[in-house]
Design a protein around this ligand. Structure first.
Ligand SMILES: Nc1ncnc2c1ncn2[C@@H]1O[C@H](COP(=O)(O)OP(=O)(O)OP(=O)(O)O)[C@@H](O)[C@H]1O
Length: 393
């Protein structure tokens, strides 16, 4: 059966009042972006409290659903068959035909739910439902009506035409990107930070990203891996501006001047400072990392506190309470896992100490950083100046 359209369901409860149109406009915009990436002339229309996608005459159903599944804010995608309005008798025949195609030999419980968007329609909703229900019972003798807890709800919307649907495909939920400001993701090549970016984008936040590499200690392929991860996240979050920072000289200088057991924490503090610089420059309202308590030495509460101390923007760590396995499962779901586990080196792993401090004392760390004063500012400026900016689609 050819579905002519999709009815898009979103969580309306959260968006009463005047936020509603902002939410719907952002949803329509993101849907248009997602559908523009596939072949065919899809038309996204917002009307009378509903968002529809009207499909071209010929299209790939699975591809269209896959594209819509990347749009945050969509709770359900309901494929719709549209019939001309030619009176109630014809409508009854049409719905039976729909059932024969979509649920052949149906033998479970069902109810018909009619909604009159066209209030001038001469028959009321209850009566339309009852008549159509009767026709379905006649055509499917095994089926039974259950208006309280049916296994199948056949929805009939009376508009200029008649819209029939009964299937709901789960969307990603969340809120459309663009409804909740912008934040800067520290994106490494690992498993955790792409998941963290996805989770914050799912709350409607537009994201930018910053990646620190250390050529020649880290390779072009390691950088390409991060670009690929950004592309995978961008499928959901929309385009990402990725800042690629050359961190080599800063790392070498820290390596040279500071106790080696403090390297990771001091490097992380410089990463945060640089990320915050770009965040503020581009009006981001927070930083995002993929840290989770206790996962490694730099992610103990003491280390996280020491990292936070250099930031004035809030730092969002959406996977903070997750086990590694939970993060891995998320990365499978969103499709970043296979890329994340490619074995290319990260700048943090190259300059890492054998026994890093797990409970850094902030005063001690600050003291060590004093040794960097002067030259580190020049190196920071140089790193900011030479940062490469990539637009990831
Ligand atoms: N080279 C990098 N570029 C950008 N951000 C980084 C980089 N290295 C680490 N980060 C940020 O710091 C967080 C913690 O990094 P760390 O290497 O300690 O942990 P991880 O568990 O390996 O995280 P991930 O799996 O995201 O790499 C990352 O989630 C990321 O947000």
């Amino acid at each position: 059966m050819i579905f002519h359209a999709f009815l898009i369901k979103y969580a309306e409860i959260a968006i009463k009042g005047k936020n509603r149109y902002l939410f719907e406009d952002a949803l329509v915009k993101q849907m248009n972006i997602a559908l523009s990436k596939i072949e065919g002339d899809y038309r996204v229309v917002k009307e009378q409290g509903r968002v529809y996608v009207f499909c071209p005459e010929e299209y790939d159903f699975d591809e269209a659903v896959a594209a819509l599944k990347t749009v945050f804010g969509i709770v359900y995608i309901c494929p719709v068959v549209i019939y001309e309005d030619q009176g109630l008798d014809k409508m009854r025949e049409d719905v039976v035909e729909y059932m024969k195609n979509v649920h052949p030999d149906y033998s479970g419980t069902f109810k018909v739910y009619t909604r009159r968007a066209k209030k001038s329609y001469p028959v009321n909703s209850m009566e339309v439902s009852a008549k159509i229900g009767e026709s379905i019972l006649n055509a499917f003798p095994e089926a039974k009506v259950d208006v309280h807890d049916p296994e199948l709800t056949v929805s009939v919307e009376i508009r200029e035409k008649i819209y029939v649907y009964s299937k709901s495909i789960k969307g990603p939920g969340g809120m459309p990107v663009g409804t909740n400001g912008k934040a800067m993701l520290l994106l490494s090549g690992g498993i955790d930070s792409p998941v963290a970016g996805y989770m914050i984008a799912k709350r409607g936040v537009k994201i930018e990203a910053v990646y620190f590499h250390a050529p020649p200690y880290t390779s072009e392929r390691a950088k390409q891996k991060v670009v690929d991860l950004a592309k995978l996240v961008a499928k959901y979050s929309g385009p990402i501006k990725l800042h690629v920072v050359n961190f080599t000289d800063i790392q070498l200088y820290i390596y040279d001047q500071c106790p080696h057991d403090e390297l990771t924490i001091i490097m992380r503090r410089y990463m945060m400072r640089i990320a915050e610089h770009f965040a503020k420059q581009d009006n981001c309202l927070g930083l995002i990392t993929g840290e989770s308590i206790g996962q490694v030495a730099s992610q103990t509460l003491q280390s996280l506190a020491a990292t936070n101390e250099v930031c004035t923007l809030p730092v969002y760590r959406p996977v903070i309470g997750f086990d590694k396995q939970e993060i891995v499962e998320r990365s499978w779901e969103i499709g970043t896992y296979d890329t994340s586990v490619l074995p290319y080196e990260d700048c943090c792993t190259i300059f890492v100490a054998k026994h890093p401090v797990t409970k850094p004392n902030l005063k001690v760390i600050q003291k060590s950083e004093e040794k960097l004063a002067g030259k580190i500012d020049e190196l920071m400026e140089e790193a900011l100046r030479t940062t490469e900016v990539l637009e990831i689609q």
